[in-house]
Write a protein that binds this ligand. Structure first.
Ligand code: OXD
Ligand code: MN
Length: 581
């Protein structure tokens, strides 16, 4: 065992090796040589394939077990001391019972396998807002992905050796059976136990398990926010730059929005990408909210990525990327639905492709790539203090009712907008897709505690910060009577962001309505946009369905009583009164 001054780490690695009966222990350094050695090991064992090197430099494909391709929310538990703390939004298991089950599952589970110790840092290595963790895993796939997604290895271990606290994550691939699969979180002690899945959201423990479920719990204690949000900088031709954060449920376009290419008529505008999935926000000395991205890479959904939807992503995955569950062309290039070149020959399961029997690439196939590969990467992603936030955006996938953009009237009203978000389900989690479900702040699968207390925490920022950002709700997904999207989306979403920033700077008007402030079409830049003005008018007005919607809001919030903050009920009453009037 290498020298680590941290006795708690030493002891935990020793205990875990004993429990799992691992054959070897490998302490990860995070070096390039180590990455290459693990790649070679996986190539040899046929768990990784090298892609066409002319088009894709140093890129690889991994295929998952077909029943392990997405997050499994029904097998994910928050094991807090009190059931009530986990809330109705989480599955709960008593910590004692969870530890007993975990001991049974992990006993002897790494026999004949190497146990990798993966020290990592979430956030810039020297930032006071970053956090450390160590993942123990038997999966080389997890190690190479953690190397891309986090600041992994010696640099993180050095901080842990200095005595800094760290989250302990124990992961084992097991036999990948769903019966034995459990993703257990112990928020009070900062521990995660994940068994029988190799899928990113279940197995790369720095991501959803640490940076959202455990971190959201810690953020409540520490007076900060851990959110499922992208962070993007928008610079106008005058050189003025604003950062916004935006929460959307999984697979609803966060990656596309984080690195969008401005439309052709937006000459001189620039987009800067800080993060595409998670934001940790704190109040700065000046009373503003600042955000850091705890991650160092993107674990993005591949299908749909094209020259039209996300040219930056299309380019950034042409080198040093790991693909999971995409299809292959005859010449060994990756292929996915939405890719405009090539033809699939082998599907994501490794079988001859027959698109009549299903998609060639899995709908939740992914790329893993360093943030620095992205042409719009912002150096500010390394800033120790993070970036100042001018607006917070919530958005869901709603085919009707919810307008293109809505501005909240106050912080509390904005928290209600986030708390009552709903969205159609996607392939990022197992289960039926396209079902409308409530997804407050896009945190339904990720908030590590009771939503009532979480909203109370959000509301409390009205007292913690003097210069809070304005809150907005957007919906790119409204469809017309033929089921066609009304708003073009992708790069054109900058038109909506521009309106938001004009509002922030006091340079645009708004229509005040009971549900919030809506844009005047004259304030939206619609030049060169081929869009039906009548449909757009509808998209920017109050739909008659809102009276019914407020009944749904009511019954949804009731589920979290008695912990719903009174401020949210007051906002509900104001909207209902306004709609009646
Ligand atoms: C993700 C997710 O992988 O939200 O980011 O599922
Ligand atoms: Mn996500």
């Amino acid at each position: 065992m290498p020298y680590t001054k941290n006795n708690s780490l030493k002891e935990w690695v020793r205990e875990s090796a004993k429990l799992t009966q691992a054959k070897n222990i490998h302490w990860c350094t995070g070096s390039e040589e180590e990455y290459q050695e693990l790649i070679n090991l996986m190539l040899k064992s046929d768990t990784l394939y090298k892609l066409n090197t002319d088009e894709y430099r140093d890129c690889y494909l991994h295929r998952s077990d077909p029943n392990d391709v997405a997050r499994t929310e029904h097998l994910t538990f928050v094991c807090s001391q009190e059931k009530d703390q986990a809330g109705p939004n989480n599955n709960w298991m008593a910590p004692k019972e969870a530890r007993m089950l975990s001991n049974e599952l992990f006993a002897g589970s790494m026999k004949d396998r190497t146990l990798y110790v993966v020290p990592y840092c979430m956030g810039p290595i020297s930032s006071p807002y970053s956090q450390l963790g160590v993942e123990i895993t038997d999966s080389p796939y997890v190690v190479i992905n953690m190397k891309i997604m986090t600041r992994m290895g010696t640099q993180a271990l050095k901080k842990i050796d200095e005595g800094k606290p760290f989250v302990k994550g124990l992961h084992c691939t097991g036999d990948l059976s769903v019966e034995k699969r459990r993703i257990l979180h112990f928020p009070e002690t900062g521990e995660i136990h994940s068994f029988s899945s190799g899928y990113g959201g279940n197995a790369l423990l720095g991501k959803k398990c640490h940076a959202l479920r455990i971190a959201s719990w810690q953020a409540r204690q520490g007076g900060w926010l851990a959110e499922h949000m992208l962070i993007v900088g928008i610079e106008n031709p005058q050189g003025e730059k604003h950062y916004v954060v935006a929460a959307f449920p999984s697979a609803c376009g966060k990656t596309n929005l984080a690195m969008l290419i401005p439309p052709k008529d937006y000459k001189g505008w620039k987009i800067w990408t800080v993060g595409d999935d998670i934001a940790w926000m704190h109040v700065g000395d000046d009373g503003r909210l600042y955000a850091i991205n705890p991650e160092a890479g993107f674990f993005g959904v591949v299908p749909g990525t094209s020259e039209k939807t996300n040219p930056n992503a299309l380019n950034m995955i042409k080198q040093d990327a790991i693909f999971t569950n995409v299809a292959l062309t005859a010449d060994g290039a990756p292929w996915w639905e939405g890719k405009t070149s090539g033809t699939p020959k082998i599907n994501w399961k490794g079988e001859d492709c027959d698109t009549a029997t299903g998609p060639a690439a899995h709908p939740n196939s992914r790329f893993t790539v360093s943030s620095k590969n992205c042409a719009s990467y912002d150096e500010a992603a390394e800033s120790q203090n993070g970036v100042p936030i001018s607006a917070i955006i919530f958005g869901g996938r709603r085919s009707n009712l919810v307008p293109l953009v809505l501005e909240s009237k106050s912080w509390e009203h904005g928290v209600l907008l986030g708390a009552t978000m709903a969205s159609q389900t996607t392939a990022a989690a197992t289960g039926e897709t396209g079902i409308l479900r409530n997804d407050p702040m896009a945190m339904n699968p990720f908030c590590g505690y009771h939503f009532g207390s979480y909203w109370e925490h959000w509301v409390s920022f009205a007292k913690r910060a003097t210069h809070l950002p304005r809150i907005y709700n957007v919906n790119w997904f409204r469809t017309d009577e033929n089921g066609k999207f009304i708003w073009p989306g992708f790069g054109d979403n900058l038109r909506v962001l521009e309106w938001i920033l004009k509002r922030v700077d006091g340079k645009a008007q708004a229509k005040e309505t009971p549900i919030g402030n809506l844009p005047l079409l004259s304030d939206l830049n619609l030049e060169h946009l081929d869009i039906d003005k009548e449909a757009l008018e509808k998209l920017c007005s109050v739909d008659s369905g809102w009276i019914e919607e407020m009944k749904n809001v009511d019954s949804f919030l009731q589920k979290f009583e008695p912990k719903v903050p009174k401020e949210l009920w007051q906002e509900v009453s104001k909207i209902k009164d306004g709609l009646k009037a």
